[in-house]
Design a protein around this ligand. Structure first.
Ligand SMILES: Cc1cc2nc3c(=O)[nH]c(=O)nc-3n(C[C@H](O)[C@H](O)[C@H](O)COP(=O)(O)OP(=O)(O)OC[C@H]3O[C@@H](n4cnc5c(N)ncnc54)[C@H](O)[C@@H]3O)c2cc1C
Length: 380
């Protein structure tokens, strides 16, 4: 860094991770530019669960107040079996308990974008990046080379920056994925007592996640195996999903032609950083969404990166090594726990019902699961 000058960060990707890192660095006095390849900042994926850890990051970067406007705060998270029997019933948002809100992804991105703008971040759209070097040079697709004290690779699961530095240890497409959609809420969808709950319905290898995401929006995720071609198709095959979930027929009838399929993936890196380049979010640690923590981890690691980098401006490479040491174990714990929850997809219905009803009765196990969801070490 030049003596007396403000440090500069070039950030690749304007998703949850990139915008959070950008806001947090700019708030600490850095000159920050975000490069987003799309023509505007928007997120696909309909709704999103943000647990207490992510909410604290939104507060820290000044995006919280806008993000929670109109958000849904349910009181119960339930899992139901193929006969619509409750297997687990976990209290949410009770005094002293787990905090969770569900919102539209576009609301989250907008609130982070506004936090960036208030902090003076320069956001450049239609600006695809192509590679970076460990000495802090970010190269755009048009060949422009940009010098920085810190380059942040937050360009998502297929990160070109990460791959240009050969940091990938492992990337696997899992056997499962989901069709996600947003539809309007309707009183006839589920019984009155269920309407404001978060409910995950299981049947065979298929799941339906029912998530109110605002007063008027319902976020639906239809999860199934990659090779369940009839179930993953869009427009959704309503007759097929109703056969698996007859108790949700009126809801399924309203899916129309909405939705997009995404396979679940896992990413692990050899290192999260090289020289002056740090990799964050899905580019570093994509995970299956069974805990709703991929975005939460991206938020936490982005804020933490800014804190470490700013505290050690004169030794960025050392700062990034310390940041990885501090954050990686907890993120990988969450990643593994999420992968383990996915194994239940393959269990026969009756076995899954018995096991989950048993674990659902254990306050200890429910507490451990919540600690994982909240990104708290389960040993505490
Ligand atoms: C089905 C499903 C459900 C999920 N549910 C939840 C949930 O409820 N809660 C939760 O916390 N997480 C959830 N996640 C995970 C969460 O969506 C991701 O972890 C999160 O979006 C990662 O953010 P990111 O910023 O790292 O990447 P992204 O959101 O992918 O953002 C990357 C950005 O980089 C841009 N980009 C890509 N390549 C380039 C390039 N070459 N140049 C410039 N820009 C580029 C992209 O356009 C994009 O804007 C879910 C994931 C899935 C698949």
């Amino acid at each position: 860094m030049r003596q007396g000058s403000r440090p500069r960060a070039e950030i690749a990707g304007g998703g949850i991770g990139g915008l959070t890192a950008a806001a947090a660095l700019a708030q600490r006095g850095w000159q920050v530019r975000v490069h987003e390849r799309a023509p505007d900042l928007r997120a696909f994926g309909a709704g999103i669960y943000i647990w207490g850890n992510g909410l604290r990051v939104l507060q820290a970067v000044g995006a919280y107040d806008e993000a929670v406007v109109g958000a849904h705060e349910g009181e119960w998270f339930e899992t139901r079996d193929h006969l619509n029997r409750t297997m687990e019933r976990i209290p949410i948002n009770a005094s002293g308990g787990a905090r969770l809100i569900t919102i539209l992804r576009e609301t989250l991105i907008r609130s982070l974008t506004h936090a960036c703008e208030r902090a003076g971040v320069e956001i450049v759209t239609n600006s695809p990046v192509s590679c970076a070097s460990a000495d802090g040079v970010l190269t755009l697709e048009d060949g422009t080379r940009l010098d920085a004290d810190l380059v942040v690779a937050s360009d998502g699961i297929g990160s070109r920056i990460r791959d240009s530095l050969d940091l990938l240890a492992y990337r696997e497409t899992l056997r499962y994925g989901a069709v996600r959609m947003l539809i309007g809420r309707d009183d006839a969808d589920v019984p009155a007592g269920d309407r404001s709950k978060y409910i995950e319905y299981f049947s065979g290898t298929r799941r339906i996640l029912y998530t109110p995401a605002s007063a008027s929006d319902l976020y639906i995720a239809l999860c199934c195996t990659d090779d369940d071609h009839a179930a993953r198709q869009v427009p959704v095959d309503a007759a097929l999903w109703k056969a698996s979930f007859p108790h949700l027929s009126s809801l399924i009838d309203r899916f129309a032609d909405a939705g997009r399929w995404d396979s679940f993936e896992v990413v692990r890196l050899r290192r999260w950083a090289q020289g002056r380049v740090a990799v964050i979010g899905d580019a570093a640690h994509a995970m299956p969404p069974y805990l709703g923590q991929g975005g939460g981890c991206a938020l936490m690691n982005a804020l933490s990166l800014a804190v470490f980098a700013d505290a050690h401006r004169d030794d960025l490479a050392g700062a990034l090594a310390q940041w990885e040491l501090a954050e990686r174990p907890m993120t990988e714990h969450t990643q593994q726990a999420a992968a383990q929850l996915g194994h239940m997809n393959d269990w026969p219905d009756e076995l899954r019902s018995e096991v989950m009803m048993l674990t659902g009765k254990s306050a200890y196990l429910a507490g451990q699961r919540m600690k994982t969801a909240l990104h708290v070490p389960t040993g505490t």
